[in-house]
Design a protein around this ligand. Structure first.
Ligand code: AMP
Ligand code: TRP
Length: 330
């Protein structure tokens, strides 16, 4: 049996180059070696306020993006989280084995809660438990994500281990799968911060996958650089390091080849070439996003939900039985 992977992204804001280089790109690379489930996590999205019309549109847009980056629905299961009720139901069971103190420690919660001030929803607090349910329902072996999700993965493992100990073997304990390079693409405007869609003030530092060529040009032109002039990979010069990492990942040239390519050149050349390779990547990608027909998309998502349900349903039934939740059928 091939090992199984599960991952997901939220249909909020705009998908950016960090999402692609840190996550989506790896999903595409892994899908033929693993049995793969790629979810559009709209239940996670509503942990902060959303406009219903916008959320519905963004959900379908993200599905198109998954397909356009190269996720093959004949090979991988692509589905929308809210189409498979087991996700919400298992979350409740897992809530009852998760401690408040564990969730209070989550750095993503602390960051997001700070921005929401007094309107912090219970859903936002519970977000990592829903994520654990996503992963555990599929008896997942590996979870490919960016560095920022590592803490959530550790919690998922702790919840699985505790559930198995208290109620008998139920869930496979998953491992994170974090790429060595690209797991943390930084903002072009502030290389101390990760490239992020939620941070409104950092728009200028964030290349969106649906940006047009002018926006890409403008953002790279304004990208901050470090002092010094040499163009080489150097952790002590985070801005240049980040730009070179993006170039390295998009061109698939080795770091040595990248340094050789820019040898003796200035920052202007780096920015110009980076702009070109990014536009070259985005243009055909955006054409594929637009080419996917609505009816076809419905069909893919329906088939994906049915395939997901076929795995999630039995896992949920087992978890309920193990907890003694048998009701009428006992
Ligand atoms: P989200 O944007 O929260 O839906 O995240 C989707 C995926 O993109 C997750 O696997 C994240 O770890 C990954 N990701 C988000 N931001 C970055 C970034 N700046 N660099 C690398 N990966 C990222
Ligand atoms: N929390 C993840 C993020 O913000 C998205 C996510 C939800 C996810 N459920 C998941 C990722 C399960 C991997 C596996 O990026």
């Amino acid at each position: 049996m091939p090992k199984r992977i599960f991952s997901g992204a939220q249909p909020t804001g705009n998908v950016h180059l960090g999402n692609y280089l840190g996550a989506l790109r790896n999903w595409v690379a892994l899908q033929r070696d693993y049995e793969s489930f790629f979810c559009i996590v709209n239940l996670h999205a509503i942990t902060v306020p959303q406009d219903p019309k916008v959320l519905a549109a963004k959900t379908r847009e993200l599905a198109r993006i998954y397909l356009a980056v190269g996720i093959d629905p004949e090979v991988s299961t692509v589905f929308v989280q809210s189409d498979v009720a087991a996700h919400a139901e298992l979350t409740w069971l897992l809530n009852c084995v998760t401690r408040m103190s564990e969730l209070e420690r989550m750095t993503q919660f602390k960051d997001k809660a700070r921005k929401q001030q007094e309107n912090v929803g219970v859903g936002l607090f519970d977000y990592p438990v829903l994520m654990a349910a996503d992963i555990l329902l599929y008896q997942t072996d590996l979870v490919p994500v960016g560095e920022d999700q590592k803490q959530h993965l550790e919690l998922t493992r702790d919840i699985a281990i505790r559930f198995n100990r208290d109620y008998g073997e139920t869930f496979r304990v998953p491992d994170p799968f974090i790429p060595k390079v690209g797991a943390r693409i930084m903002s072009l405007a502030d290389p101390a911060k990760k490239m992020s869609k939620s941070d409104e003030e950092s728009e200028a530092g964030c290349i969106m996958l649906l940006d047009d060529a002018d926006a890409v040009r403008r953002k790279f032109k304004r990208a901050v650089t470090d002092s010094g002039t040499e163009i080489r990979f150097d952790a002590a010069r985070p801005a240049i390091n980040n730009l070179l990492t993006i170039y390295h990942l998009l061109t698939e040239k080795t770091p040595a080849e990248v340094e050789e390519h820019f040898g003796g050149q200035g920052y202007a050349k780096l920015k110009a070439d980076l702009t070109d390779v990014t536009i070259e990547f985005l243009k055909p990608f955006q054409e594929r996003v637009r080419a996917i027909d609505d009816g076809k998309l419905d069909e893919i998502l329906e088939r994906g939900a049915a395939r997901a349900e076929a795995i999630a349903g039995p896992t949920l039934a087992q978890a309920k039985a193990n907890m003694g939740l048998t009701g009428a059928k006992s």
